[in-house]
Design a protein around this ligand. Structure first.
Ligand code: FO1
Length: 319
């Protein structure tokens, strides 16, 4: 077995992927497990898409497109062009608002065909990660379908990708739900990975639509709560703003304070510590008043060194 603490990360997409790139450098990758959100998953263009699993896989494989934060670098889009041409010619709805790169298609084709063969998402994820040479263990939180649904202030129900991509998360949300979560089973190894790890980290992912759907799977929230003294959260909100995506707006729209203090309030029962960015140092006393320890560290992972330092700070906050 490897050297260093075992670390389990409760993970969403980009923020979690960037932190994991640091975690695998502060301990042996064989001792790292990511329990990943599948609420963003959907069937699009007839293919089973698992965005957060793919973002983490491609990031750990150093193959992610750094600008987009999803999909592969050096991508081409010929298949999407042809899809647009067919839709236009047939006068049919153009679904190309959700783009799939030509190389990225290989992942979705493999996952979809393996699912049609009856393969479980956790098995397929392990096969894909192994093909990319990734030693960390990537686990979907569940092999059962979970679909994040959002209702806008105008009463329109959106799938997650309609909200995030088609509407560029530019619509006000009044309700979020995770269809299927309440009857989903934790995937094999998920509860053990949380229960046995030396360190549990709640990644700097969106608390509402990335972390919550993971915790909503029966047994997962309780497992994290049972490890509170060994659990540290990382605030995805820096200076009142999300670094990427709609986390600040969703927090405010759903009645939370869009700040590191607001995030601490959400995670108080799950983690004994929360890492906040240095710009939020002034929030430290208020966070500590809620019973959490505030650890002030640079939280903007601009490069691999910053991600590694943040990962080390998370491990240090627990050990
Ligand atoms: N995000 C976009 O903004 N536009 C896209 O066309 C898009 C396509 C896409 C394809 C595969 C994939 O794994 C992710 C993709 N994403 C796209 C990102 C995705 O919507 C987000 O990564 C998550 O769902 C939120 O973290």
């Amino acid at each position: 077995m490897g050297v260093g603490p075992s670390v389990t990360v409760v993970a969403g997409g980009v923020g979690a992927a960037r932190l994991l790139r640091g975690v695998v450098r502060v301990t042996d990758p064989d001792l790292v497990t990511a329990v990943v959100n599948v609420g963003d998953d959907d069937i699009l263009h007839g293919l089973h898409i698992s965005p957060d699993l793919d973002t983490i896989t491609y990031t750990l494989a150093e193959a992610i497109d750094p600008t987009r934060g999803w999909g592969l670098r050096n991508e081409t889009w010929q298949a999407m062009e042809l899809l647009r041409r067919y839709a236009a010619s047939a006068g049919r709805e153009d679904l190309s608002w959700f783009n799939l790169g030509d190389t990225d298609l290989g992942t979705h084709l493999y996952r979809t065909s393996r699912r049609l063969d009856g393969g479980a998402l956790s098995e397929i994820t392990a096969e894909i990660a192994a093909a990319w040479g990734i030693r960390a263990h990537l686990l979907p939180v569940s092999n059962d379908p979970i679909r994040t649904r959002l209702v806008t202030a105008d009463g329109v129900e959106l799938t997650f990708q309609e909200y995030f991509v088609r509407h560029h998360h530019g619509v006000e949300v009044c309700e979020v739900s995770f269809v299927g979560a309440a009857v989903a089973e934790p995937a094999p190894g998920v509860i053990d990975a949380i229960g046995a790890a030396d360190v549990v980290i709640i990644a700097p992912s969106n608390p509402i639509v990335s972390i919550e759907p993971v915790l909503a799977v029966p047994g997962v929230r309780a497992a994290v709560e049972s490890r509170r003294d060994s659990c540290v959260a990382v605030s995805p909100i820096v200076g009142g703003r999300a670094l990427k995506g709609p986390a600040d707006r969703l927090l405010a729209e759903l009645g939370h304070e869009a700040s590191a203090l607001g995030v601490a309030g959400i995670y108080r029962d799950l983690a004994a510590s929360i890492v906040i960015d240095s710009v939020d140092t002034a929030l430290g006393p208020a966070i500590e008043a809620t019973g959490m320890r505030a650890v002030c560290e640079p939280s903007i992972m601009v490069d691999i060194e910053a991600a590694t330092a943040l990962a080390a700070a998370c491990v240090g906050a627990v050990r």
